[in-house]
Ligand binder design. Structure first.
Ligand SMILES: Cc1cc2nc3c(=O)[nH]c(=O)nc-3n(C[C@H](O)[C@H](O)[C@H](O)COP(=O)(O)OP(=O)(O)OC[C@H]3O[C@@H](n4cnc5c(N)ncnc54)[C@H](O)[C@@H]3O)c2cc1C
Length: 431
């Protein structure tokens, strides 16, 4: 394995995969560093295998490598895509694309390796030395600490880990949205359950401190059989843990499994659950929110909801404002006005005062509400591809990422199949 690269991407999730693939397809020698043993991030390791949203108001808004991944896994598994041609008032649930999370992880390996990018799994950065022209990333590997050089680095960790390690300030939230330990429950028949008796028994267990209402659902105020009715999936809430550090992530993963174990032990004593089993438990708890970088600009809820077209917009993003309550009182959701689509500016992806340091995915500079929408997977994938393009162009042109003309980035992204603001349409309101 080489030690010198043009571009190093840290984090192989929705943002990191297209970043590495795009950089490599543009000829940059690219290394993708990932802390787990598989690609996909929250889609695979977090078990949230329904990326969205690739379309808005019936039109594609995220294409390129993101859509290529969707098409490849869909073709491979013979599954069907939702019908995007029907206008829906509230499209977000019905237009997620369900992917087989195991096959998806395999396809991600294939696409990344085909691009020419190299992968280094089971590795995490411990330090970054940098000047404007060169970076050295120190990486904890199984065999010890190694150093890799690059001209541009991309932080796609979801937690701005690389930016923090490099010393760039991050914005820490006062309160954090809960995580979820995704699972699949099986071995019972919902139709034959006595849900009223289950409620009475669950209330008693919660009162005795052996169970939490959020083991069953997103609501901490009372019993809801959400996790039972939907056979697991994205139903429990793990609250009050900052998961951006190893210590925090450890607590969150243990608490997520502890929650499922409480549920399992309780349900196994209830009529109808004698054969209860887990068909799937995500290897890691899914994280909704940690920190964002302090970028050159911040995407606010107003920018997002008004469909602001930034002068340096590099991709679209579309989702309702979707805040999961920290107190366990469900969801705060605000839909975008019909026809409105948000855009993501390059400057929100650049830590203040940085050079050739790009952030893509959930941790770009954004306020809480905007972040609750732009964090979705298709948006992160689009940001990732944009990050890969700007990094590779910076290397090719021997310029700083912030100096690469935005027209050049957009032209390149369009040539690689993405839907680019300022190219397809001048305004993000696409009535
Ligand atoms: C329960 C839940 C439900 C959700 N529902 C949906 C939904 O329905 N549809 C949707 O589109 N989105 C959904 N989301 C949001 C979405 O999944 C995430 O916001 C999105 O995956 C973020 O992408 P990312 O690439 O920024 O980060 P991540 O998905 O977190 O990927 C980061 C990658 O970097 C790796 N990594 C992290 N730190 C390091 C490090 N220090 N060194 C090396 N590697 C590192 C991780 O292992 C991971 O592979 C949901 C999220 C959760 C938690």
């Amino acid at each position: 394995m080489k030690t010198e690269y043009d571009v190093i991407v840290v984090g192989g999730g929705p943002a990191g995969i297209p970043a590495a693939v795009q950089a490599a397809r543009l000829g940059a020698a690219t290394l993708l560093i990932e802390k787990t043993g598989q690609l996909g991030g929250t889609t695979t390791t977090g078990g949230v295998n329904y990326p969205g949203l690739f379309h808005a108001w019936t039109r594609p808004i995220v294409g390129g490598i993101a859509w290529e991944l969707v098409e490849r896994v869909t073709r491979e598994t013979g599954s069907t895509l939702p019908d995007f041609s029907r206008q829906r008032q509230r499209p977000h649930h019905t237009e997620h694309v369900l992917v087989d999370r195991f096959v998806y992880a395999m396809i991600c390996d294939e696409v990344v390796l085909e691009s020419g990018a190299q992968c280094l799994f089971h590795a995490m950065p411990t330090g970054v030395r940098e000047d404007a022209r060169a970076k050295t990333v120190r990486v904890a590997c199984k065999e010890g600490v190694r150093e890799f050089g690059a001209k541009v680095v991309i932080d796609a960790t979801g937690d701005a880990n690389l930016a923090s390690i490099a010393g760039y300030p991050v914005r820490v939230r006062q309160t954090l949205q809960p995580g979820t330990m995704v699972c699949t429950l099986a071995g019972y028949d919902v139709g034959s359950l006595d849900l009223e008796q289950l409620r009475v028994n669950a209330d008693a267990e919660v009162a005795a401190g052996r169970l939490s209402y959020t083991d069953f659902s997103w609501d901490s105020t009372g019993f809801s059989p959400q996790i039972i009715k939907q056979s697991g999936r994205n139903a429990n809430h793990v609250r009050g843990i900052d998961a951006r550090t190893s210590e925090g992530k450890t607590r969150m993963d243990i608490e997520g499994r502890r929650s499922l174990l409480r549920l399992y032990r309780f349900l196994r004593t209830q009529p109808g659950f004698e054969n209860l089993r887990f068909d799937y438990v995500a290897p890691e708890c899914g994280v909704r929110e940690t920190v964002t970088i302090d970028g050159e600009v911040e995407v606010t809820a107003h920018d997002y909801q008004s469909g602001r077209v930034w002068d340096d917009a590099v991709c679209y993003s579309f989702y309702p404002i979707d805040l999961h309550s920290c107190e366990g009182t469900g969801l705060q959701k605000r839909y975008l006005e019909e026809g409105t689509v948000a855009t993501i500016p390059r400057r929100a992806m650049l830590p203040k005062g940085s050079a050739n340091f790009v952030v893509a995915g959930r941790s770009i500079c954004s306020d809480r509400e905007a972040n609750s929408a732009l964090r979705v997977q298709a948006s992160c994938m689009a940001m990732g591809q944009a990050a890969g393009a700007m990094a590779a162009l910076a290397v090719r042109r021997d310029q700083s990422v912030s100096d690469v003309p935005i027209t050049e980035i957009r032209k390149t992204l369009k040539a690689h199949g993405t839907v680019v603001p300022g190219v397809e349409q001048e305004r993000a309101v696409i009535r």
